[in-house]
Design a protein around this ligand. Structure first.
Ligand code: NI
Length: 175
């Protein structure tokens, strides 16, 4: 496994529409392993391949919860070519963050439940229901595959403010 660099705003690659994974090859498995290592190290609970500059429809996720002893059992999941099949009318609000928009958190409203289809690392296709944090996370990550970021759901004022902040930081870093 190897750590990969996470690209951050205002990197234009974050706006790319990722292409489907045609076949689960050894290379795809290696990418998924690297993404897990990168995601855990960050640390984060979800990562889309485009965030490590690979425009492929592949997501890693681990939303394992802490148990009563404060210990966490990892629950790594890989979703290849994920597709939302249906969304609930009921909405829920979560405070979201993104490894590509470090140290910025805002509440976002999304459908509370979704049904989605995906391919696993063995090339098998599954359908699954998601609710709670899982539903928010899968929607956030699928958005990445379409070049959409959670700040796109904020008011224009808030969005412009965060985009400007990151553009300035990048400019400073380049000087
Ligand atoms: Ni994100």
């Amino acid at each position: 496994m190897a750590l990969r660099e996470i690209i951050i705003l205002p990197d234009k690659q974050l706006r790319l529409v990722s292409r489907p994974v045609e076949k689960v090859t050894a290379e795809i498995r290696k990418l998924a392993n690297d993404m897990f290592e990168t995601m855990y190290e960050a640390p984060g609970i979800g990562l889309a391949a485009i965030q490590v500059a690979q425009p492929l429809r592949l997501i890693t996720m681990d939303i394992a919860k802490k148990n009563e002893d404060g210990e966490t059992t990892p629950k790594p999941r890989v979703f290849i070519n994920p597709e939302i099949l249906s969304s609930s009318e009921e909405m829920s609000v979560y405070e979201e963050g993104c490894l590509s928009i470090p140290e910025y958190y805002e509440e976002v409203e999304r459908p509370a439940k979704v049904r989605f289809r995906f391919t696993d690392l063995d090339g098998k296709v599954h359908e699954e229901d998601a609710e709670g944090l899982f539903a928010t996370c899968i929607q956030h990550e699928i958005d990445h595959l379409n070049g959409v970021l959670f700040v796109d759901y904020l008011s224009k004022l808030k969005r412009d403010r965060v985009l400007k902040k990151f553009a300035k930081a990048a400019k400073r870093a380049a000087e």
